[in-house]
Design a protein around this ligand. Structure first.
Ligand code: HEM
Length: 138
């Protein structure tokens, strides 16, 4: 199994050689294309919208920008480290709060995404037929 992100493309290329979307595998050129489209469409507007909101926030509240840039929170957590990890965020409560506030105001994907059942499903007493569209916001 290929777990490392850097191996993913290599695995895909190796596994999908000669396969089409009609074979019973998710390793096909069509799947790779759809994955790339999902990552692109899912990651583009969300990220730029959040960053834009963060920058606008900083412009109107320079003291907060100053606290992020010149406080020792980031320096303390990252001192002596070669790279940042996702876990480091737990030790940066102020930075975390600013990111959360930016995301709250940016209000990206406010209604969430639609999901669909791939088989008849029972959930908390409700019967949901196959291929029904589910709206997580309602
Ligand atoms: C600030 C940045 C982002 C925000 C606020 C955000 C928000 C969301 C939300 C709310 C969902 C729906 C979750 C659900 O209803 O199950 C979602 C799904 C998804 N996001 Fe993001 N996202 C962000 C960045 C990204 C990036 C950078 C990527 C890809 C590189 C990405 C790829 C996806 C994909 C593929 C899904 C669908 C997952 C699924 O099929 O269940 N997102 N995102």
């Amino acid at each position: 199994m290929c777990l490392k992100l850097e191996n993913r493309l290599h695995c895909f290329a190796k596994t999908c050689a000669g396969k089409t979307a009609h074979d019973s595998t998710s390793f096909s050129t069509e799947e790779l294309l759809m994955s790339c489209l999902s990552l692109h469409s899912g990651g583009t507007d969300t990220t730029s919208n959040t960053l834009l909101t963060g920058f606008l926030y900083f412009m109107t509240k320079p003291h907060i920008q100053g606290k992020i840039m010149f406080s020792s929170e980031i320096d303390q957590v990252l001192e002596g480290k070669d790279f940042v990890t996702f876990e480091d965020r737990h030790y940066m409560p102020y930075v975390q709060a600013v990111v959360h506030e930016s995301q709250r105001v940016a209000n990206t994907v406010p209604l969430g995404l639609y999901h669909s059942t791939t088989r008849d499903t029972e959930l908390m007493g409700y019967s949901i037929p196959k291929w029904d569209i589910l709206d997580s916001s309602s």
